[in-house]
Design a protein around this ligand. Structure first.
Ligand code: NAP
Length: 268
């Protein structure tokens, strides 16, 4: 039995879809009651104990409102008590890098260390920016307004969230990826303006960007990671996705094509 945390979110929902397709039993965790799911909250230890009971492996996704490993640590404590064997954690690109004297993704690093020290089999996934992040700009695109660009002209190997989920499923369902920390990447380095231009081509409508020269609008907790990426820290490619999945990583253009309806007005 696999527990998917963050099961209603971007990556977790794809993990659930893939496990369903493969006929692998799983339990989907959400704070809301879902048919066939388990209702639990990282802030409620008793609910976590119920969620991990009888579970062999956990897909661990946390999005704490402030950056802290507390949610990861709460889940790990419950998992240890329940005899869970494996943890596959969704971390993030750059975690542990230093920039301007601060640590990128320090809370992810704290959680990764706790997993490694916890006696579990483990796999850590550190993906770059998800292609799906562009969905949050769909209202601006529909309104013909420019998208705010916090990344300057830095490039990043934007990844299709479906590939992140597929790698997670490989790690959850086999032992070949135990003890591995994967810096995942998509197939090509893209600026934010490149992504907008690709969307423009796919949607056949203008998608402009406007530079946001300061990081004043970025929550302080995320500013180090954004500044690190903007300075070029995230501009690298790896071959983990094709090696693990046995096929090329998905392109941003393919992702945009598959999600084009989300960017257009339902009446159009
Ligand atoms: N976006 C990116 O470009 C990017 C890149 C690299 C790494 N990451 C990492 O990816 C992770 C986010 O993954 P995602 O985008 O798949 O997540 P997401 O779409 O934001 O979904 C997260 C899910 O977590 C659940 N959740 C939130 N608070 C909870 C709580 N207190 N207890 C239990 N469940 C809770 C929510 O489900 P319910 O509402 O149903 O409870 C939500 O659907 C983060 O750790 C981030 O650092 C993101």
């Amino acid at each position: 039995m696999i527990l998917i945390t963050g099961a209603t979110g971007t990556i977790g929902s794809h993990v659930a879809r893939l496990l369903t397709e493969q006929g692998v039993p799983f339990r989907a965790m959400s704070r809301r009651a879902q048919p066939g799911g388990v209702q639990a909250d990282f802030d409620d230890p008793a609910s976590l104990a119920r969620a991990v009971a009888g579970v062999d492996a956990v897909f661990l996704v946390t999005v704490p409102p402030v950056p802290t490993a507390a949610h990861d640590l709460a889940l790990l404590e419950a998992a240890r008590a329940a005899g869970v064997r494996k943890i596959v954690k969704l971390s993030a690109i750059g975690s542990g890098e230093t920039f301007d004297g601060a640590t990128v993704g320090a809370w992810h690093v704290d959680a990764e260390r706790a997993i490694e020290a916890g006696g579990f089999a483990w796999t850590v996934l550190r993906p770059p920016s998800f292609a799906s992040n562009l969905l949050r700009f769909a209202p601006l695109i529909r309104a013909g307004e420019p998208l705010p660009n916090l990344a300057g002209d830095s490039r990043q190997a934007v990844i299709d969230p479906r590939d992140v989920a597929a790698v997670a499923v490989a790690a959850l369902t086999g032992d070949a990826h135990d003890g591995r920390r994967y810096d995942l990447s998509g197939p090509e380095l893209l600026t934010f303006a490149d992504q907008a231009a690709i969307l423009e081509g796919v949607l056949a409508r203008p998608v402009d960007v406007t530079d946001v020269p300061t990081l004043d609008q970025v929550p302080a907790a995320m500013a180090t990671g954004v500044a690190w990426a903007r300075a070029g820290g995230a501009a690298y490619l790896t071959d983990h996705v094709p090696r693990i999945l046995g096929r090329p990583a998905g392109t941003f253009e393919q992702w945009a094509h598959d999600h084009r309806e989300a960017f257009t007005n339902p009446r159009e």
